[in-house]
Write a protein that binds this ligand. Structure first.
Ligand SMILES: Cc1cc2nc3c(=O)[nH]c(=O)nc-3n(C[C@H](O)[C@H](O)[C@H](O)COP(=O)(O)OP(=O)(O)OC[C@H]3O[C@@H](n4cnc5c(N)ncnc54)[C@H](O)[C@@H]3O)c2cc1C
Length: 390
C-alpha cells in the first residue's frame, strides 16, 4: 500500500503539514476495509487514517460475553471482494491455528469478541498509517483563485494533549460511524452518571455497579438488539438485581435476515441505493427497517423468552418477578428524589399524548440504552460537533 508519510513526532517538531492523497477519518471497519482493499490492489498512494481511540477497538463497550455476530463471517473485510485476500476471516483463523476447530463449530456467526480480534489483527498490519488518539475536528475545502476545490484540510486534536495537527489531502473519506443518542428528557441537568449509554456499557457498569450480589433496581430502555443483549447480560451478571426492560412497541420483535430480504445488503445494491433521490432513500430505509433497527435476533428472543418462562414456572405471581418486560413505554424524563433515587417518567405509547397515560418508576440506577445516530455534514465544511445528520 501507500508510501509512509512523515511521522507525527516529525510533524510536531517542525510544524510541517502532511500532504497525502487520501485521509480516512475514523478507523473502524469501514476505513479498515478501505485499507485492506488498497493493499490488495497494490494501490500506490499516500494514505493516512485518523482515529480518536488510542488503539483499534470495535464497539468495545458492547463486547459482551457470548454475544454473536449478526452477519455471516463471509461478509468480512475481504472475502466477497477477493476470497484469496490475506485479510479474510478464514486466513485469520488459519494464522491463529483455529481453522479446523472453528469449522467443527458449524457456524457462520462467530462471537463478537473473536470478530473484534480478527479486525484488530487486520488493523495491526496498517499501524504505520494510522494516527491513533487523534480526534478529527474539521475538514474544510482549500480553493484556488477560481474558487475550485484543490484539496481538503483535515484538523485533528490529540486526545491527551489537545495539540492540533494538520493534514492536506486530495481526497477525504468520513467513516466516523454512529453517535450515541440520548433522549432530551434525560439530559435536562446534564447526564446523571447513573444513566449509561449502551456504547459504554461494559466499561462503565463494572465500576458503578461493583457488587455483583447486591439487589440493584435496574431499568433498560429500548427494544433493539443492544437493549435485549444488555437485559440478558444483566440477569447473568447480577443474579439478585431487579431488572425491567421498557420498550416502546407492543413486543420485542425479531430481525429479518431471510434470504430475499438480505439481498438489500448485496454489494451491487450500494450504487443503486446511492443514486436514488433522498426521498426514495428514506423510503427504502424505512421499508428495510426490520433487518436491523429496533429488532432482535430470533435466537436471543428465544433465549430471553425461555428464561422468562423459567421465572414464571418458579414464581407464578408476576409482582414478585425479578426480571420484567414492559411494553408500550416511552421514557420522557426523570426527577432526582431527595433520597438520591432517580424517578423515571414514562409515557404509555398506546394511549398517545394523554397525560393520564403518564406514570413513574423509582430507581437507584438506570441504564439508558438508546439509538446511535449517524454523523453529520454541513455544506462544504464537515463539522464534527454539528447536530445535523447526513
Ligand atoms: C453493539 C454493536 C454490534 C454490531 N454488530 C454488527 C454485526 O454483527 N454485523 C454488522 O454488520 N454490523 C454490526 N454492527 C453495526 C456497526 O455499525 C458495524 O459493525 C461497523 O462497526 C460500522 O463500521 P464503521 O467503521 O462505519 O463505524 P464504527 O465501527 O463506529 O467506527 C467509526 C470509528 O470512527 C472513530 N471516530 C468517530 N469520530 C471520530 C473523529 N471525529 N475523529 C477520529 N475518529 C473518529 C470511532 O472511534 C470509531 O473507531 C454493530 C453495531 C453495534 C453498536
Amino acid at each position: 500500500m501507500p508510501s509512509k508519510p512523515a511521522d507525527q513526532s516529525h510533524q510536531a517538531a517542525t510544524g510541517l503539514e502532511d500532504h497525502v492523497d487520501l485521509v480516512c477519518v475514523g478507523f473502524g471497519p469501514a476505513s479498515l476495509a478501505i485499507a485492506v482493499a488498497l493493499h490488495d490492489r497494490g494501490v500506490k498512494a499516500r494514505v493516512l487514517f485518523t482515529e480518536r481511540q488510542r488503539s483499534f477497538k470495535w464497539h468495545a463497550g458492547m463486547l459482551l460475553p457470548n454475544a454473536r455476530m449478526q452477519i455471516s463471517f463471509m461478509k468480512d473485510l475481504a472475502t466477497l471482494r477477493d476470497p484469496r485476500s490475506k485479510f479474510t476471516f478464514v486466513n485469520y483463523l488459519k494464522s491463529k491455528n483455529r481453522l479446523v476447530a472453528f469449522t467443527n463449530l458449524s457456524t457462520f456467526l462467530p462471537l463478537r469478541e473473536e470478530y473484534n480480534d480478527y479486525l484488530t489483527w487486520c488493523a495491526s498490519h496498517f499501524e504505520q498509517h494510522v494516527r491513533y488518539g487523534q480526534e478529527t475536528i474539521s475538514v474544510s475545502p482549500m480553493k484556488n483563485r477560481q474558487g475550485t476545490i484543490q484539496s481538503w484540510r483535515v484538523v485533528s486534536q490529540d486526545v491527551d494533549t489537545n495539540d492540533r495537527s494538520f493534514i492536506t489531502a486530495r481526497h477525504v473519506v468520513v467513516a466516523v460511524g454512529g453517535k450515541p443518542k440520548i433522549p432530551s428528557g434525560l439530559l435536562d441537568d446534564g447526564l446523571d452518571s447513573r444513566i449509561v449509554h449502551s456504547s459504554a456499557y461494559s466499561t462503565v457498569v463494572p465500576t458503578i455497579l461493583a457488587d455483583t450480589d447486591k439487589v440493584y433496581d435496574l431499568a433498560v430502555i429500548g427494544g433493539g438488539q443492544s437493549s435485549a443483549e444488555i437485559f440478558n447480560d444483566l440477569q447473568n451478571r447480577f443474579p439478585n438485581a431487579r431488572i425491567t426492560l421498557y420498550i416502546g412497541a407492543s413486543a420485542l420483535k425479531p430481525s429479518d435476515d431471510s434470504p430475499f430480504v438480505n439481498e438489500i445488503f448485496d454489494p451491487e445494491r450500494v450504487n443503486t441505493f446511492y443514486n436514488l433521490p433522498h426521498e426514495s432513500q428514506q423510503k427504502t430505509i424505512l421499508s428495510d427497517k426490520s433487518t436491523n433497527y429496533g429488532v432482535v435476533r430470533p435466537e436471543l428472543l428465544d433465549h430471553i423468552y425461555e428464561s422468562m418462562y423459567h421465572q414464571r414456572f418458579r414464581e407464578p405471581h408476576q409482582s414478585k418477578w425479578r426480571c420484567k418486560i414492559e411494553a408500550w413505554r416511552e421514557v420522557v424524563g426523570y426527577d432526582k428524589l431527595p433520597d438520591g433515587r432517580l424517578q423515571l417518567k414514562l409515557k404509555n405509547t398506546s394511549s398517545g399524548e394523554d397525560t393520564r397515560g403518564m406514570f413513574t418508576r423509582r430507581y437507584w440506577h438506570l441504564l439508558g440504552i438508546f439509538f446511535h445516530q449517524i454523523a453529520l455534514l454541513s455544506g462544504g465544511i464537515i463539522d464534527f460537533n454539528s447536530e445535523r445528520t447526513l
